[in-house]
Design a protein around this ligand. Sequence first.
Ligand code: T4K
Length: 386
Amino acid sequence: MKFERPVATGSVPAEEVVPLYVSQPLLPDPTALNEYISKIWASKYVTNHGPLSLELEDRLAAFLRVPTARLFNNATIGLLVALKLFDLPPGSEVITTPMTFAATAHSIAWNNLRPVFVDIRKADLTIDPEAVELAISPRTSAILAVHVYGCICDHDALQRLADLHGLKLIYDAAHAFGAYWNGRPVASLGDASVFSFHATKLFNTLEGGLITTNKVEDRESIYLLRNFGIKNEEEVVAVGINGKMNELQAAIGLLNLDIFEIEREKRSRLRQRYREILSGLDGVLLQEAAENTTQSEQYLLVRIDRTRSRLDRDQVKERLAERKIFARKYFYPICTDYEPYRNMPIISKRARPYAQIAKEQVLCLPLHSAVTEAHLDLIAEVFREC
Ligand code: T4K
């Protein structure tokens, strides 16, 4: 539907408002980057486990308090390798959520495993442990849970189920860098976690990813899988892949590691501002982190409940776009709407899975330091109409 309304009538004229996207990459000072570039150029060592990537791995392992942290060229390859690491029986089932990015489900299918989709919790849209329990069968080998939008899963309940049924518990932590569960960095939860360092992520290396585990012996296995399975010049001992991070990406990571907490602080304050603007509006719900967890500040998710609001989610998105504010419908469509997984059920304790309701409501608003009070005025105006 096309709206003919004039754009922006808030305190700031629309033409003065710079287009605003859902994400904006955190980029380091180019002068500092140039220093790294000079060093890389002088050394001529640009990839294949270079000194900067090794330094970044060590710093990340210390920051995340894990013995094993292995960098990857992106999180999708990281997810492929994390699943490969555990030699799950071919054709066995991996329980996951449909409310996620395509990479989660695809990494299961690429490993010749079968994704089994289960419902999500209403409170924070993370995977519902009760639905996981319903889906466990003799064919299940693992749970691939997602800390979606930066909200942390119910780890206690998932770990209990994994222990009880002898399953691997792997976290797609693409959105969760820097988040805590019961005072622990989430990197140490379950059997493995995979983080994304894509440009749209708070901590980023332009493209990149990281696998973390609690076992020191995984360092060698992940290293091999990341490097074609090559042990030395004469031995190839595993079916590996090329998942290496290059030195330019690592340099950006080293610099961003020094500044990302500042950005996160700004995002926390911005989340508070969003709360002030949106709380009390009928039919508008903000996602909140569960007790004993912290938000990574990756995404600002609102749900717009059409049964209680005047405008639906798509209309709100369109009205924001008219004001040059580009929100995104992460994650609509959900995985069970995709061609390869179409018609697969979403196992749920409800007659109608909550994921089917939530997918019509979700909208991610810009959450980064380029958001100004003028933008917030425009956003508030749209939501008041809503
Ligand atoms: N698991 C989960 C749960 C994930 O969400 C993801 C990725 C993965 C696994 C896999 O991680 P990686 O293999 O990518 O490391 C983006 C990202 O590409 C993707 O990393 C992310 N999740 C997904 C949720 O979103 P798009 O297609 O929505 O991005 P795009 O290019 O439309 O960018 C969004 C906005 O960000 C743009 O409108 C403008 C801004 N932007 C973007 C880029 C790339 C910039 O300002 N500068 C930029 O360079 O997929």
